[in-house]
Design a protein around this ligand. Structure first.
Ligand SMILES: C[S@@+](CC[C@H](N)C(=O)[O-])C[C@H]1O[C@@H](n2cnc3c(N)ncnc32)[C@H](O)[C@@H]1O
Length: 205
């Protein structure tokens, strides 16, 4: 029930952050996407407007029916976009299908981050790229401890603000090629530390 409510208010809740710079961050990151592209945990589709023409076909994966309903609405009229009901941990695609994979504010929500990253690496071709924009564990230990015990709302919506996602990406068969630390504008303190970057799917694994 909470996830359905979350989907209903998601765009409105995010609008301050989007207007204050998050939307620009999305656009800058997604300018790097090309070829067959998969976005995991696409939510209501806030990235959709930012994909460049170099993306030849786009698959938007989203497991939550209430999010997917909004995603379908937003994708209406977009050619070459397919919406898929699936979770990151079991992507219904053969190995090495995609040139680009995208996660934005998603790895905090998946059930098993390592399994999700292994699965994303599986569907990316060697040399393919993961584009990421995620809110992550704070580098300040005092703040990180607060992120370990966020208010109950976070568990209701399935968000884990204490994840060290950059380490998790580096553990998977990825080489982090660029990364920048910043802050999600206007976000609550526990979900403010942000990483934005790219990682290349290595031939190992
Ligand atoms: C905070 S929202 C971010 C939505 C979108 N990526 C964005 O940038 O606005 C987190 C999204 O991850 C999705 N999600 C949760 N568990 C997931 C999983 N196991 N696999 C893929 N997506 C998942 C949620 O349904 C939700 O749409």
């Amino acid at each position: 029930m909470f996830k359905a409510i979350y989907a209903t208010i998601y765009d409105q809740m995010s609008s301050g952050s989007e207007r204050s710079g998050l939307s620009k961050e999305r656009r800058k990151l997604l300018a790097e996407a090309h070829g067959a592209t998969i976005e995991i945990g696409a939510g209501t589709g806030l990235n959709l407007a930012h994909y460049p023409p170099a993306v030849t076909r786009l698959w938007l994966v989203e497991p939550e029916p209430s999010m997917r309903k909004r995603l379908l609405r937003r994708a209406d009229g977009h050619d070459d976009v397919e919406i898929v009901a699936a979770g990151a941990e079991a992507l219904p695609f053969p190995d090495a299908t995609f040139d680009t994979a995208v996660v934005t504010l998603t790895l905090c929500s998946v059930t098993d981050e390592d399994a999700a990253l292994a699965e994303i690496a599986r569907v990316l071709r060697p040399g393919g790229r993961l584009l990421f924009l995620e809110h992550v564990r704070d580098t300040d230990p005092a703040m990180a401890r607060k992120q370990d015990h966020p208010v109950f709302l976070y568990s209701w919506i399935g968000c884990h603000p204490n994840r060290d996602t950059l380490t998790a990406i580096s553990r998977a068969p990825f080489e982090v090629t660029t990364v920048r630390r910043g802050e999600v504008p206007k976000a609550p303190r526990v979900e403010r530390p942000m990483i934005v970057g790219t990682a290349t799917r290595s031939a190992r694994g």
